[in-house]
Structures are given as C-alpha cells and as structure tokens.
Design a protein. Structure first.
Length: 385
C-alpha cells in the first residue's frame, strides 16, 4: 500500500480522475468515518436516480456526520441540487462534501458551476514514482504505466487490455456518447499513433475514414472521460514563429501501450520514446495539480522544427525539459534547450535520459529520468534546482 501525495482541502470539493487511479481506495483511508454514497452500487444508484432528494433523508438519518463522499456523482448529476441546497442551508450543521467522478461530461451538461465557489475542483492522477518509492522501476512503468489497478495486478497486460474495453462498454456505449462504437474504437487506435506528437485532427479523420467534425467530437469525449489531454504551445513573449497545433497524450503510458497497434514498421525505440515521454508528461501533470500553484504544462516548437518537449510555467518557477530515450545524449539533443534559453534565459533547462549519471552537457543539466521522477515531489524543490 503506497501513501498518496494528494493533499485534501478542508472544504467541499470535486475529485475528478480516470477510473483505476485509486480514488475510492484513497477516500476510504482518508475519511474512515465519512458517509459514503457509492453510485457504482446498483441499489444505491437506482434509489438516488429515482429520487435524488433521498440524499436529504440520508443526511437527516446521520445528523452527526462530518463528511459525505458521493462516489461517481456524474452517474446521478441531479444530486448536485441536493448538495447545493445543503451547502446553502446555514441552519444545519456544516458538512463537507467530497464529490468524485471519472467523467466531466454529464457534470458540465448538468451545470456543475451551480455550486460556484463553494466547491473546489481537484484532480486525482495515476501513481507518481515518489509514491511508489523503491518499488518504482522505470523500465517496467514505461511498459505498463502507473495506474494502481495495473501496478497491483498479477497480470498487468491483461488488465490494460480490458481497461479500454471497460470505458467503451460502461462509459461510451452505456451513456450513448457516440453513435458508432466501431468508429470510436478506430479513433482510439489512431489517437495512440498521435500520443506525444502534434495533434492533427484532419490526419486522424483520414485515418479513421470519418469527418473532421466527428473526430473533434470524439476528442471531446476522450477528454471529458479524462482519458487524454492536450498540451498547448508555449507562446508567451514569443520571438520566433511557432507551431500552432497542441500535442496530445493519453493520461497513462500503459493505456497508450495497450491501445497502440503494432506492425512490422514499428521500432522499439519509436515506441519506447513515446511511452517514456508520456510517462514524464503524466508525472508533470500530477506534480502541477498536487502542488496547488498555477503551474501549467506546455511544449515549445518553432516553425523550423526545433522542439522542447515540456515547458512548466507559473508563479513558482519556469522549467524547460527535453526527454530522450538514450543512455548518452549528444550535443544535438541539447540544441532545442539551448535555443529555448536564448529566448528565455530565466528558465531552467533539463535533459532527461535513460542512463545512470547526472552531468552537464553544453551547459545543460542532464539527469537520469528515473532519478528525476523519483525526486519529483509536489510542494518540494523541483529536481535539479
């Protein structure tokens, strides 16, 4: 059992994260005396769906409860009205609500903003290397990712293969999010070819043999289900012509590996490079979310083709990172970072590699990727600073 680095706020909050990230397990540990409303339980789901006001009666039956956890609230978004009414009623004892979800689609449609500033928004992510400690092994995690239900499984590959099917069956198909499940399945495979690369929806549409608007709609579904995200280009005070398209990543590198079709033209280095880059991306996303600041994840690419994989920018720091699946980087590998520093001399630049040694090359700090990820801890000094 690993200790999670997520820090819970004192007031009511939404906790959104993909299935399998360990939200429910963490909540049971963090709130052992809370009143749990588990909407994955069939009986509870049907009762609350038929009569959302039943939540009010449940609270009246537990007048001394301090925290109420509603798990997978997107399944009965009408419960938000009951939560809102209770938060607004100052004549009743104060209750903290923790509202979890693995999809933001229904919540958006149901007016989640109804709760306004009374309820914070927080995200939950797959494991970070710092949470796994000595059990973290870079090579294994590049192959199977960091989802807790996969890390703890005797056969991680089998779990990953069924993970996408679970979403297709229980989220996409059951909720009627798309009309043609076969087209969406092909879209997922096509998007796996885009993992870690610039997103071109026209090219994806051609690959799937559907319209570009259909692809854009599918992409919205994918992001609403928290299965993937876009990383925009860093353009602040740009002094060069930059790329326009964002990059795309699946939320976990193991999910990418499971979805990615393999063929005779696929090379181990190509697959490993995209998987390693995705593993770093998901760590940076988690670090930024758990640190509680305003750090945002970007990438930088010029029209001439110079590219820095990640740029973290916020009030707490400015970092540029290049990820290379090589044990011994060359001067050519440091060039994008050196060019970035010409435009942004106040940034700190790092090159992450798969070797064992930390050293400087052309003035750029080169850090073993495994060491970097192990020491990337929210709220603490950025590794190498």
């Amino acid at each position: 059992m690993y200790k999670r680095l997520f820090q819970a706020p004192a007031q009511s909050y939404f906790l959104l994260g993909p299935r399998g990230t360990g939200k429910s397990t963490w909540l049971r540990q963090a709130y052992p005396r809370a009143l749990f409303v588990d909407l994955l339980d069939g009986e509870t789901f049907h009762r609350m769906q038929a009569d959302p006001s039943a939540l009010r009666g449940l609270l009246e039956a537990h007048p001394k409860v301090g925290t109420v956890v509603i798990d997978e609230i997107q399944k009965v978004p009408a419960l938000l009205d009951a939560v809102h009414q209770r938060l607004e009623n100052r004549n009743l004892p104060k209750v903290q609500f923790v509202l979890t979800g693995s999809s933001s689609r229904k919540l958006k449609r149901s007016g989640v903003n109804l709760l306004g500033g009374r309820v914070l928004h927080r995200s939950f992510h797959p494991f970070m290397a710092a949470e796994m400690g000595k059990d973290f092994r870079l090579e294994a995690r590049v192959l199977t990712g960091m989802l807790p239900l996969v890390v703890d499984a005797p056969d991680p590959g089998q779990i990953l293969q069924s993970y996408a099917a679970l979403y297709l069956r229980e989220e996409v198909q059951a909720e009627g999010l798309v009309r043609n499940l076969g087209n969406f399945s092909r879209f997922l495979q096509a998007m796996s070819l885009t993992h870690g690369a610039r997103l071109n929806t026209s090219a994806v549409a051609r690959e799937c043999q559907v319209g570009q608007k259909t692809v854009e709609g599918y992409l919205g579904v994918l992001e609403d289900l928290l299965l993937g995200y876009r990383v925009p280009v860093f353009t602040k005070r740009a002094s060069r012509h930059l790329a326009q398209h964002p990059k795309f990543y699946f939320m976990d590198t193991g999910v990418f590996q499971a979805l990615r079709p393999r063929g005779p033209l696929d090379t181990t280095s190509e697959m490993g490079g995209a998987a390693l880059e995705g593993l770093v991306a998901q760590h940076l996303k988690a670090w930024a979310a758990y640190s509680g600041g305003d750090a945002a994840l970007h990438y930088w690419r010029t029209k001439s083709g110079l590219e820095v994989d990640f740029v973290l920018y916020g009030s707490e720091g400015f970092q540029a990172l290049e990820v290379k699946s090589t044990r011994r980087p060359s001067s050519g590998d440091t060039r994008p970072l050196r060019e970035f520093l010409v435009d942004y001399p106040h940034a700190k630049a790092y090159l992450l590699h798969t070797g064992r040694d930390r050293y400087r090359l052309d003035g750029i700090l080169c850090i073993p990727c495994e060491e970097f990820l192990r020491t990337l801890v929210p709220g603490k000094t950025f590794p190498g600073s």
